[in-house]
Design a protein around this ligand. Structure first.
Ligand code: PMP
Length: 284
């Protein structure tokens, strides 16, 4: 099936969509992105993704290409034109096209690209079995709080995991877990306390993370936002990850060590159910 995608004001078949070779997103990864999940043809936490997009843009002194209302309208148009019921919408803003130079161009027009990806999220098979992760050094830059398209380090990390017969990798810096390659990382201790790294420039401020921590607290789960080591994780009762494209996803093995009983734990399963239920209620 040929998707209809959006490029700089036009809805086009994906095969006809084009971006300049001088686009700074292509030449310098001078671009930011968001992925908003879609359930029942509706957007999950769209406001949260827009807030983070504006923060990423402003940290890089980049202009928003269109208003939030226009962005929302484009999301909806793509859902309709592609009959998307479940999956995600990828959005990328680049600083635009200009002759190659490290210095920002004076008056480049930002590029805006959006496309849909259909995929089962609620009934993802991995949610039943859990995933297996390896630990790797975190080789990314120091501003991981900005959602840029510099994704080579996470891509290499996922390939390393795949070669090891695993699903993903948790990144380690100064002895502590930062986050997964494309998700936030959590453990649950023997008392049922949820532990996840505190917010800083070292990790992406996940939109799913914010929602899951809010739901956890509302459901009387004790939450500690602090760093943890991979040894602490291996000895934890449970582990899981969150992201817009996986929601809450149990982790059952780290570096070959089974976590808890080696199957999805009760806290992860419960938070996944709550997250899906609440997200469906709040979807727009
Ligand atoms: N950390 C990283 C490095 C990510 O790439 C992502 C997903 N893009 C996340 C965390 C999770 O963020 P969100 O819940 O907003 O998808």
């Amino acid at each position: 099936m040929t998707r209809t995608v959006y490029v700089n004001g036009d809805y086009l078949p994906e095969t006809d969509a084009k971006i300049s070779i001088f686009d700074r997103g292509f030449l310098m990864a001078d671009a930011v992105y968001e992925v908003t999940s879609v359930l029942d043809g509706k957007l999950i936490d769209f406001a949260g993704h827009m807030t983070r997009l504006h923060r990423s843009l402003s940290e890089l002194d980049m202009d928003a290409p269109v208003t939030d209302a226009e962005l929302e309208a484009i999301h909806r148009e793509l859902i309709n034109r592609n009959d998307l019921t479940e999956g995600g919408i990828y959005l990328q803003v680049t600083r635009g096209a200009a002759d190659r130079d490290f210095v920002f161009p004076e008056n480049a027009t930002p590029s805006l690209v959006l496309f849909t990806q259909a995929k089962p999220i609620i009934d993802a098979p991995a949610a039943r079995t859990g995933i297996r992760v390896i630990s790797i050094p975190d080789i990314r830059w120091g501003r991981r709080d900005i959602k840029t398209v510099q994704l080579l380090a996470p891509s290499l990390g996922k390939m390393q995991a795949k070669k090891a017969g695993c699903d993903d990798a948790w990144q380690i810096e100064d002895g502590y877990v930062t986050e997964g390659t494309s998700n936030n990382a959590y453990i649950v201790d023997e008392h049922g306390t949820l532990i996840t790294r505190d917010l800083s420039n070292a990790i992406l401020h996940g939109i799913t993370r914010a929602a899951v921590l809010r739901y956890a607290r509302e459901h009387q789960v004790r939450v500690e936002e602090r760093s943890f080591t991979i040894e602490e994780a291996k000895n934890a009762a449970e582990a899981f990850i969150t992201s817009a494209s996986t929601f809450v996803m149990p982790v059952v093995e780290i570096d070959g060590t089974k976590i808890g009983a080696g199957e999805p734990g009760p806290t992860a399963k419960r938070l996944r159910e709550i997250y899906i239920e609440e997200s469906l209620k709040a979807a727009v």
